[in-house]
Design a protein around this ligand. Sequence first.
Ligand code: SIN
Ligand code: FE2
Length: 218
Amino acid sequence: MAELAGLKIVPGYLARPQQEALLEELRDLVRAAPFFTPVMPRTGRPFSVRMTNCGPLGWVSDISGYRYQPAHPATGKPWPPMPATLLSAWQELAGYPHPPQACLVNYYAAGARMGLHQDRDEEDFAAPVLSLSLGDEALFRIGGTSRRGPTRSFRLASGDALVLGGEARLAYHGVDRILAGSSSLLSDGGRINLTLRRVTPPSEGAPDEPETEMSRAP
Ligand code: SIN
Ligand code: FE2
């Protein structure tokens, strides 16, 4: 299939020491905001992937639908702040002049997968989605903007970054499977994927425009 404009793969973006440091930060994050098992809207069928979030907003899915919300569905507490490593990855790779508002943290145990879908629960698609992978390799699949078009697949390894921007922002994508045992990063195996997103168009008062409070001062 033709190259998708706006699809960028950066193999080995995070070196092993940076992956280990990020993993440490994620351990604290998961203590504050434990992984939960989302379920499909209407059917209530559980996802095989477990999820949590950090940042001002987090993506959730339950019987009533998909949405972004400011609090963890089980603890009711605000999502923990985004680790600095994630904010700087966004600054380096996103090419978008406002900070990310949500980071979805997916955990794939050996048999987990994610069906083909578009990321389209955001109000604005001007910013890319930035994905970082840790742990076991994934067989990642991506197509075009129509569900039935051709797709191709490639492996995403620990430390790899992927940017879905431009034409690729609304490309169908998913994870066919995890290659168990392909990385030694996670002691219990499996894969963590982080996706950073903008949810709302930039505007005065939008969540996490760090300048906002200052710019309101006289
Ligand atoms: C996602 O589409 O939310 C996750 C993609 C991935 O795990 O690489
Ligand atoms: Fe996605």
